[in-house]
Design a protein around this ligand. Sequence first.
Ligand SMILES: *[C@@H]1O[C@H](CO)[C@@H](O)[C@H](O)[C@H]1NC(C)=O
Ligand SMILES: *[C@@H]1O[C@H](CO)[C@@H](O)[C@H](O)[C@H]1NC(C)=O
Ligand SMILES: *[C@@H]1O[C@H](CO)[C@@H](O)[C@H](O)[C@H]1NC(C)=O
Ligand SMILES: *[C@@H]1O[C@H](CO)[C@@H](O)[C@H](O)[C@H]1NC(C)=O
Ligand SMILES: *[C@@H]1O[C@H](CO)[C@@H](O)[C@H](O)[C@H]1NC(C)=O
Ligand SMILES: *[C@@H]1O[C@H](CO)[C@@H](O)[C@H](O)[C@H]1NC(C)=O
Ligand SMILES: *[C@@H]1O[C@H](CO)[C@@H](O)[C@H](O)[C@H]1NC(C)=O
Ligand SMILES: *[C@@H]1O[C@H](CO)[C@@H](O)[C@H](O)[C@H]1NC(C)=O
Ligand SMILES: *[C@@H]1O[C@H](CO)[C@@H](O)[C@H](O)[C@H]1NC(C)=O
Ligand SMILES: *[C@@H]1O[C@H](CO)[C@@H](O)[C@H](O)[C@H]1NC(C)=O
Ligand SMILES: *[C@@H]1O[C@H](CO)[C@@H](O)[C@H](O)[C@H]1NC(C)=O
Length: 532
Amino acid sequence: MKLALLTLLPTAISATPWPTHKFHTTNISAPILNITTTGPTTPGFLFFAPSTSTSGIPAIYADNGDLIWHGPVGKTYAYQPQTLNGEPVLTFWQGHNVKGFGYGHISILNASYEEIHRVTLPSSESNKFVTATNESFPSYIDIHESTITEDGTIIVTAVNVTQTDLRPVGGKKDGWVQDGLVYEIDIETNKVLFRWSAVEHKAQLPLEYVEYPLNGAGGNSSAPYEYPHLNSVAKYGDHYLVSSRYMCSIFLLDKNGDVVWLFHGQKGGSYILPSTPGSKFCYQHDARIHGHTAIGEPNETITLSLHNNDNTDITLPRRLTTGLVFALYPFNKTSTLLSRTYDAQDPVSAISQGNYQSLHANGTGHYLAGHGAVPKIEEYDVSGRLVMRGWFGAKTNGSSATSTYDWTSYRAYRAEWIGRPKGLPVVSACWGGGDERNVTVWVSWNGATDVEGWRVYGSSSSLESAAAKGLMVLGDVVKDGFETRIMLGASTSLGLDMKGVSAIVVEAVGGVGDGVRSKAVHLGSCSRQRVE
Ligand SMILES: *[C@@H]1O[C@H](CO)[C@@H](O)[C@H](O)[C@H]1NC(C)=O
Ligand SMILES: *[C@@H]1O[C@H](CO)[C@@H](O)[C@H](O)[C@H]1NC(C)=O
Ligand SMILES: *[C@@H]1O[C@H](CO)[C@@H](O)[C@H](O)[C@H]1NC(C)=O
Ligand SMILES: *[C@@H]1O[C@H](CO)[C@@H](O)[C@H](O)[C@H]1NC(C)=O
Ligand SMILES: *[C@@H]1O[C@H](CO)[C@@H](O)[C@H](O)[C@H]1NC(C)=O
Ligand SMILES: *[C@@H]1O[C@H](CO)[C@@H](O)[C@H](O)[C@H]1NC(C)=O
Ligand SMILES: *[C@@H]1O[C@H](CO)[C@@H](O)[C@H](O)[C@H]1NC(C)=O
Ligand SMILES: *[C@@H]1O[C@H](CO)[C@@H](O)[C@H](O)[C@H]1NC(C)=O
Ligand SMILES: *[C@@H]1O[C@H](CO)[C@@H](O)[C@H](O)[C@H]1NC(C)=O
Ligand SMILES: *[C@@H]1O[C@H](CO)[C@@H](O)[C@H](O)[C@H]1NC(C)=O
Ligand SMILES: *[C@@H]1O[C@H](CO)[C@@H](O)[C@H](O)[C@H]1NC(C)=O
């Protein structure tokens, strides 16, 4: 009888949360990254922003799953490693995030992880923003994009509630939409250099192109219809490549904001879609151009990649998510599918977000797929074979049809990176087991990418003199992940008698921060050494 009752409890399946890293030298919570490699991967670290429904962090991980860096805690989107004026930088959005959009700023950090620019887009008389909730914010940059150009400018998106004729999609004449805007902003001066609005170019981007149904929206300013839901923009020369999720379209704008061509994932648009199965796309993310050859010639070719997650909150059953690369031929208005990748052994159906990064300059080499709502990163080789699979989250729901995950990341990138943290290594040290000779030291250096080992010093005098001199080398250890644990007691591998040691200093060995020392840390009892 009791067993029969159990089977009547249907969806109350509580999935096991994904394991997180716990450290002694920082209180951040970051998911473990579980990587499987099946072939040679591209050198570099992995850049993504593990996020729960309430918060997130921009982070860097190594291919062995080690955490390398974590940035400031907060809702984080559009996080990517880039170059600004030839220097490596990290850019990311943080701010107020509402369902699918946001109002915030872009932080630009240098290789020392210091914020060197904060790009904002305030509302002004000439550029006034209206939100669905009538709330106002210090800056209106949306979550979706943060692409730096060669001219020291940054491309971002924004949304604005405005009115338009929604009769083409079955709405009313004075309907309400969440307009999609593109801005190019000068990073140094924060000056707006380019502004483009989809509603203002509606004649070239007709509402009929939108695939997402009206679904009761558009009747008032609190429930605007999501025409066009922009989710990526990149600049090539003086043109802008834009992805519209709800229009299932990728289009190119000239410097005046006119649409040069439009590639519609269901209808073709300016190009005939290839007849190859799997070529159709919708609700896609991260459209990028990797090559534009033979310009003006009959064999003119544009190489275009995108993350095809053809799913939304209202489309069921969920469809397979793929990475697609197309060749577009402007002369004869045709297109071909150059490649289509997915992990056949562990397929993904991402409901939102994601990206597909070309790891080769002309788009013909490896690709890295970040699956957005599904906490999975994949790398594919030149022949489209999976070479790496990495998970960093678990399903929160027993039902596979509508499953969600405890961790997500809007995008994921791979890049080479040398971190030069301005901060010092952080040390936590204590004696445990009631034995003053049994000392455990934990050391981490957030963002240091090439430390090889740690040299541990002890001082038997006061901290002041420890800072000056009187330090004795207790031993060297090899770095072991984000945080290295060093056991110094008489009964441990270093086999030292720690009697009389009252303070510890740890010094980085190897890499760009070779010789940098932590502050001297007083030894305490392990029971009192809780992370702040
Ligand atoms: C972590 O520590 C910082 C100070 O270092 C503090 O501001 C923050 O609230 C702490 N977070 C948690 C989750 O305890
Ligand atoms: C990590 O992956 C391995 C191999 O696929 C698997 O055995 C292990 O259970 C995974 N760990 C987690 C936390 O999922
Ligand atoms: C990062 O910026 C800070 C502040 O401008 C500067 O002190 C530091 O040297 C910079 N680091 C790098 C690697 O450029
Ligand atoms: C926002 O303001 C407009 C105009 O005053 C009003 O019609 C609308 O109901 C307000 N929306 C909310 C969510 O309060
Ligand atoms: C936002 O929409 C309002 C109309 O609702 C309009 O007055 C304003 O200019 C628009 N702002 C931008 C930045 O396009
Ligand atoms: C606006 O429209 C939505 C969707 O139809 C509806 O749920 C909501 O009640 C409307 N709000 C107002 C203030 O009329
Ligand atoms: C269109 O042009 C491209 C580039 O010259 C060529 O490879 C392709 O075969 C042409 N397609 C058709 C259908 O003519
Ligand atoms: C395009 O055609 C020209 C000749 O018309 C040729 O020289 C060139 O190599 C071709 N380019 C590509 C990318 O095929
Ligand atoms: C891309 O670069 C590779 C070599 O790195 C070369 O073999 C290939 O032909 C290039 N493809 C195009 C379309 O330029
Ligand atoms: C969990 O699955 C059930 C049944 O499919 C669904 O109704 C519910 O919305 C899901 N919950 C979440 C948080 O996705
Ligand atoms: C040494 O201290 C560590 C950390 O508190 C503890 O786990 C361990 O049991 C202690 N070992 C001995 C031999 O007391």
